[in-house]
Every structure is written in structure tokens, then in C-alpha cells.
Design a binder for this molecule. Sequence first.
Ligand SMILES: [Zn+2]
Length: 200
Amino acid sequence: MLFADVCAACGKNGVSPCRACAARLSPPPNLPLPEHLDHLVALFAYEAVGMSIVRALKYRNQRCALRWLSRHMAEHVAGHKPEIVTWVPASRSGTTRRGFDTGELLARRIAHELHVPVRALLRRTGGEMQSVRSRVDRQSGPSLAANAGTRSLRLRSVLLVDDVSTTGASLSAAALALRTCGFRTVTGVVAARTPLGATG
Ligand SMILES: [Zn+2]
């Protein structure tokens, strides 16, 4: 192996997360379903080990974490098999800085696992980066709109992917934009949800 993977949480050589760290993940917090979604699946809470795994993907583009997350996210939504997969687009500033959109990376791999097409159905219409805004400020969510051609796909069910959901406002805004294009069933899947009262 040319590049040894290390566990994003403990630094041990091998897969990320290692089996011990995966076992230490906290279950996702029991929070209300964000508006306009039919279901929302989260793998774990965005804290401790869970935060390390997501950050390894988000800020270091750790492919091992990407494989692990997308495989488990796909398994959890296999019962809601959609006609198409899309993602909540990251702000342009965040994507430019990192060189990739984590939601897109996850969506493409999840779609591959589910044998379902994947497409960019949404775009940001506002400017400000979500992760630098205060939590209160984020309740309103980003401004999202459907891309041209989304309605003419005439599809009914979609899987909406994001890395982390904090208030659920981004997922709500995305789901609403998809519903206005004719989607009847919007299932969300995120790697992690932030426990109430935490920051992140
Ligand atoms: Zn570990």
C-alpha cells in the first residue's frame, strides 16, 4: 500500500474509523424531523469520535472515511430507495477553499452503492458561508433553488445527502426547493447530527 490510512479518531494505522472507534460513536440525537422531509437518517452524533471522522473527510479529504461513511449511509437508506440522489450544495467559498464539496462526494458514492443516478439538482442563491454563521442565524438556512431542468425530469422521489445537519435548516430549504419541482418523497441522509446545545 502506497498511502497508509490512519483512523481519523485515534490515529492508529489501518481503516478509518478503526473498529474500536466505530464502536465508540454516539447514536444520533433524537431531534425533530426538519420541515419538508419525509425521513431523515443520521449515522451518529456530531461529537467526539463522530466529529473526528466527519472532519477528516471535510478538511483532509480522507478517502477511507468517505468509503466507510457512504457505505453505511447507503445501507441505512436502502429501504427508501429513491429515483435519484442529490446533495445540499456547499457554499462556493467553502468548496473553493477545500477544492471539493463533501456532500457531493458522499452523494456520488451513495448513489453508486444504491445503483441510482446522481445529479446536481440544487444551487445556492445566497452568498454567506453556513459554517461561520451563528447557530441562531443559521436557523433560517441558506437560500437554495433547483437547477434548470429539475422539474422536467418528472421524478417523484429523491435522496438528499449532506455531511452534517446542525439545525436542519439547510435540509429543509433544499427539500422545499425539490418539492416545488414535483418531488413527492424527500428522504434525507447525513453522516451526523449535532446534539442540541452543542456548537458545530
Ligand atoms: Zn481509531
